[in-house]
Design a protein around this ligand. Structure first.
Ligand SMILES: Cc1cc2nc3c(=O)[nH]c(=O)nc-3n(C[C@H](O)[C@H](O)[C@H](O)COP(=O)(O)OP(=O)(O)OC[C@H]3O[C@@H](n4cnc5c(N)ncnc54)[C@H](O)[C@@H]3O)c2cc1C
Length: 558
């Protein structure tokens, strides 16, 4: 008899997710949880069953650019995979964007949405990308005060009706600059009827089949630099489905996120509507970026959870040296380390969701607003790096099978890699965190006082010890920052990544320790405590004494 290995299987992804369920029990009032739980159960069932099977079956489908129709007309249609078409319908129906705007549960609406996203994201091959941008566009349009766009476009972006639901793109990156959008070359001119028209090249535009997009362009005559850019809304197609002054040059051939159509576009007089003023478009698009960064962190946590759910199941099925891998102390230890990373990332991302929900309900005081501004880039950069590292370990936990495409596993690593690139790379966000801190230091104090509060709540001696690691790391980071301001800009910038990761990991640890205390007391469950202890031992304080001169020398030619 030839041996045949059983593949890993998934159960109901809500019922099986201890960390998510435990968190929701703590964070939500009981009546809110009772009301939303059936929809989470439904989505969890779909994610672990029908959708998981559909993902495996859809593996080789990719988006296709159809340039011409049969009769020679240029159409530039982008056909997406069958799974993506299902995902669009499900996303609208389950209110993946809508729940945040219906605000049925007031400040808890964002946590509700985050829980839905946690289940939906790993099951739909990065359909979270258009959802993130759609959510972000709705938020930016609402913040703009543009009544016409708010009344005409926002109800589409937040619709639960798949027939009415629109998605939005976010076209910022150009060849001259992705991180540095001040180099944007796209020009905006008024035509004879006073209508804005955009001309230029957009270098990365994801989910390019969206009905609308928010984009930056420089109105004619404006000064160079970021302030001279304005924010525009583009409706991509006319009533007959023809692109309006837009040519899809090609779809990118990418390492991962291969279900996401990411195109290069030429805009040649594309009609557009000014969202707010003719300058300060970067400021006007900022609300969108905060939302997409939140989705990025939620996706990172969710993808880690998916990989670990598969690895855990496989460890029970795969026998080596006489017993299942799950019974090998070293295999269990290896997975436990990754589980700790995933749980810490989860609490960091959901903390930002909580704060966004409270901000949108007008419940944030000044200190918490500062905390949210700082925590958003920290959370995004920290969780993205964790997702890449965890996905790599997950693949290794499957041995050779983890490297073989038709197991459906390698995509976990390829997709995770984008999380640290789009919506701001690790370095760019580390510098953004420095900007959020300013010179005054209040935001850092807000971060420290949140961690201190968590530490006070973590009364169990083992958790108190873990929380103390977080507090020490934050104190070290604060001391480094003070010194860096004295040493100068080069010193400050060269250490910014280690500094930001230290703040992010310390915050995640403090939040995890607080939750672990609650879980110990209310659920008699010590697993979050074990996660906190593992995470505390896994490198929180990353600050070192190396400086810019050494780095320049090491990377220089001489
Ligand atoms: C799959 C995919 C989909 C995408 N979809 C979209 C989309 O829909 N819309 C969109 O607008 N963009 C999109 N992007 C683009 C993405 O946002 C950019 O690639 C990203 O912001 C980085 O910009 P860049 O490519 O110009 O890199 P660069 O800005 O050239 O960065 C190169 C490197 O330099 C580092 N760096 C840059 N500045 C500094 C600094 N001051 N100090 C230290 N290090 C620095 C960066 O961290 C990075 O490591 C997508 C990208 C990918 C991969």
């Amino acid at each position: 008899m030839t041996f045949r290995q059983e593949p890993p299987a998934l159960g109901n992804q809500y019922a099986d997710d201890r960390a998510l369920r435990s968190y929701l029990r703590r964070a939500l009032p009981a009546d809110v949880l009772r009301e939303i739980e059936p929809s989470l159960q439904d989505l969890g069932e779909l994610a672990g069953g029908e959708l998981y099977r559909a993902q495996l079956a859809d593996r080789l489908h990719e988006p296709r650019l159809v340039r011409w129709d049969a009769w020679g007309a240029r159409v530039d249609l982008i056909e997406v995979s069958p799974l993506w078409r299902t995902a669009e319908r499900l996303a609208a129906g389950h209110g993946l964007v809508a729940v945040a705007y219906e605000r049925r549960h007031g400040p808890h609406s964002r946590v509700h949405q985050a829980a839905l996203a946690h289940l939906f994201t790993p099951a739909t091959d990065i359909y979270s990308c258009p959802l993130a941008m759609t959510d972000g566009a709705a938020r930016a349009l609402l913040a703009s005060g543009n009544r016409e766009l708010i009344e005409r476009v926002v109800p589409r972006l937040t619709s639960r009706d798949p027939a009415r639901f629109w998605t939005s793109g976010q076209w910022m990156t150009e060849q001259a600059g992705g991180s540095d959008v001040s180099l944007t070359e796209t020009a905006a001119r008024r035509d004879g009827e006073g209508r804005w028209r955009l001309s230029g090249r957009k270098w990365f535009t994801s989910a390019t089949n969206s009905q609308v997009a928010l984009t930056l362009a420089r109105p004619e005559g404006n000064a160079p630099g970021a302030r001279g850019l304005a924010l525009f809304l583009v409706e991509t197609r006319d009533d007959a489905g023809r692109l309006r002054g837009i040519t899809v040059e090609r779809l990118k051939d990418k390492l991962g996120t291969r279900k996401v159509p990411t195109a290069e576009l030429t805009l040649d007089g594309a009609p557009a509507e000014l969202v707010r003023g003719t300058t300060d478009g970067v400021r006007d698009i900022a609300p969108m970026l905060n939302v997409t960064r939140l989705w990025n962190g939620l996706s990172a946590a969710a993808l880690m959870r998916r990989g670990l759910a598969l690895a855990r199941d496989y460890a029970r099925r795969r026998v080596a040296f006489g017993s299942p891998l799950a019974e090998k102390p070293l295999h269990a230890d290896t997975l436990a380390g990754q589980q700790a990373e995933a749980e810490a990332a989860f609490h960091l991302a959901f903390r930002v969701a909580e704060l966004v929900g409270r901000e949108e309900s007008g419940e944030l005081d000044e200190e918490q607003s500062r905390l949210l501004r700082l925590l958003t880039p920290l959370m995004k950069l920290t969780t993205a790096r964790q997702a890449v590292a965890v996905a790599s370990e997950v693949l290794e936990a499957f041995g050779g099978a983890g490297y073989v495409e038709d197991t459906g596993l390698p995509v976990l690593l390829r997709d995770a890699q984008v999380l640290s690139i789009w919506e701001g790379t690790t370095n760019v966000l580390a510098l953004d965190a420095l900007r959020a801190l300013g010179r005054g230091g209040e935001p850092l104090r807000s971060l420290q006082s949140e961690a201190e509060q968590c530490a006070r709540e973590a009364r169990d001696a083992r958790l108190a010890a873990a929380a103390a690691v977080a507090l020490r790391a934050l104190a070290h980071a604060a001391a480094w920052l003070a010194r860096a301001h004295e040493e100068g800009q080069e010193f400050l910038e060269s250490g910014a990544r280690r500094f930001a990761l230290t703040l992010g990991r310390a915050s995640a640890l403090a939040l995890l320790a607080r939750h672990a205390q609650w879980s110990l007391e209310h659920e008699r469950d010590a697993r979050a405590l074990y996660a906190a202890r593992r995470f505390a031992a896994g490198g929180i304080d990353l600050i070192t004494e190396t400086d810019a001169e050494e780095a320049f020398a090491l990377m220089g030619d001489k």
